[in-house]
Structures are given as C-alpha cells and as structure tokens.
Design a protein. Structure first.
Length: 283
C-alpha cells in the first residue's frame, strides 16, 4: 500500500498519556463520519520528543495532539500561530504544504463550550479567572478575543498573576487569592482553572451567593463530571459550563485539520465519554 492510499492517522504525544480520552473522541468521529483513519497514543519521554516531532510524518502521522509535559517544548519545533505563541503552549500539530504548524485549541474549546452552554455569556463586562497556569492563559486569551473588558486573575502566587497581566496587557488585572471574593459582585463570569474540586483534591471554597443572578460559572475540571463548584452554582440557578464540554470542543479543530471534515459535539459523543470516565472511577 502506497503512502497516498494508507489511511490517515494522528496521535497524542505525552508523558504519560495513557489516561487520555482523545482516542475515544476521535474514533467516535471517524466511525460516525465513515472516515478510514486512526488515532493512537504515543508515550514519548522529554528527551525524545524533539526527534519524534521532527520526524512525525516519517512515523506515518499527518498530525498530532500534544499534552503535558511537551506543550511548551513543541513551540520551538514547529511553526506556531499567534494563538499558540500568546498562550505559550501548543496542543495541536498539522502539516500545511510540508510545514509542521501548531496551534492551541484549548482557547476555542473553552469559548465554544461557553457559547453552547450559556449563549450570550459574552455580554459580561468583567470576568474572574481563578488560577494562572497554562490553562488560565488559554482562557484569558479567549476572553480578551471576545472583548471582555476586564479579566481579573486571582492566584495563590500573585507574581504569576502579575506575569499574566504583563503578557496580555492592562485589561488583565492581577489579584491576591484572598481578594478574589471581593470581585464576585461585579463579575458575570467566574472560571476555575485550578485543580481545586478535582477528585482527590481539596474543594474550591468560594461564596457563589456574592455573584449576580445572571452570572455564568465555568469549571475546567471534568473528574468528577459535576464538581462541587458547579453543583453549588446550579443549586443557585446559575448557568454553568463544565470541563468535559471544553475537552470535547477542543478536539474539533484538530480532527478537521487532519481528516478534512468538521465533526459535531453531540449528546451521543458526550454520553460515550461520560460512560468511559465513570467506568474508570474506583469503586
């Protein structure tokens, strides 16, 4: 079989990477769209990632997703777009006329999920983002692209929040962690990008009663599917967007770049991934 007739294949590059749900997502779309192709996990240690990425096509791949700890390293190994450069990390690679390009689809994954779960959320003037790590950078970039006027970033190390302000400009306002609650009455979007609320992690303690009634609460954590933060928000009647939705939507563009069709995030796909997550939880 020639290279031209081989089924197209993409992979996930990480260390470790065996826990990823990306193969489940992409195989669902390949199956439902009737595309002959594949998606596999490649566990690549840091000292081998440069060789692996530079020889991606020789290994039979038309593109790749990238996860920890390689998302920053691949920027120097590829031609990153403005989004990947601004966020400081790439999670999606593809070939464009022989050039290996890179982007960060966490941005659109977060924004598209918000659009789906809470239409017109972007009428908000102010947002509060908890955490200042890599996921936070993608969230803040997306919020600024959607013209949110002020994005407050609260982090336990205020220096990291200040670095975000230097990176993105005066519309990003750093806060000490203990000052976050003081901004709740004026923000219409609260986003948790920390691991607080994740299974086996401490709960995020914050008084959602201070938020205005039209506020939206988003949590990037997806294990558990409903975090204590989201449960509290729903109990108060606030609209929410969960981490699983972001995971599904961030996969869309990569699939389209590799396989030539734009897939849909459907209830059937979500149910399949939810069932897999539930099956993996310890009894």
């Amino acid at each position: 079989m020639s290279d031209a007739t081989k089924p197209r294949a993409a992979c996930l590059i990480g260390w470790p990477a065996a826990h990823s749900r990306s193969p489940l997502i992409h195989h669902h779309w390949l199956r439902h769209l009737g595309i002959e192709g594949g998606y596999t996990i490649e566990s690549v240690p840091p000292e081998e990632v440069a060789d692996f990425v530079m020889n991606l096509s020789r290994r039979g791949y038309i593109g790749a997703n990238v996860t920890i700890p390689h998302k920053e390293r691949v920027l120097k190994l590829t031609a990153p777009d403005r989004r990947a450069r601004a966020v400081g990390a790439a999670n999606t690679l593809w070939y464009d006329h022989g050039t290996l390009r890179a982007t960060n689809t966490d941005v659109e994954g977060f924004i598209d999920n918000l659009d789906h779960c809470a239409p017109e959320w972007d009428q908000a003037d102010d947002a509060l983002v908890l955490g200042a790590g890599g996921s936070s950078r993608a969230v803040v970039f997306g919020l600024l692209e959607r013209d949110i006027k002020h994005v407050y970033v609260a982090n336990r190390s205020i220096e990291r929040a200040r670095e975000m302000a230097k990176l993105f400009g005066e519309r990003v306002i750093p806060l000490a962690w203990e000052d976050a609650a003081s901004k709740l009455p004026q923000v219409s979007l609260l986003v948790n990008t920390t691991s607080l609320g994740m299974k086996r992690q401490p709960e995020l303690v914050i008084d959602l009663g201070l938020l205005p009634p039209e506020a939206v609460v988003a949590d990037l954590v997806y294990v558990p599917l409903e975090t204590p933060l989201l449960a509290a928000a729903r109990a108060r009647g606030l609209r929410t967007a969960d981490g699983l939705g972001m995971l599904l939507y961030q996969a869309v563009r990569g699939f389209e770049l590799w396989f030539g069709q734009r897939p849909d995030v459907t209830p059937e796909l979500r149910a399949e991934v939810e069932a897999d997550l539930m099956a993996a939880l310890p009894a």
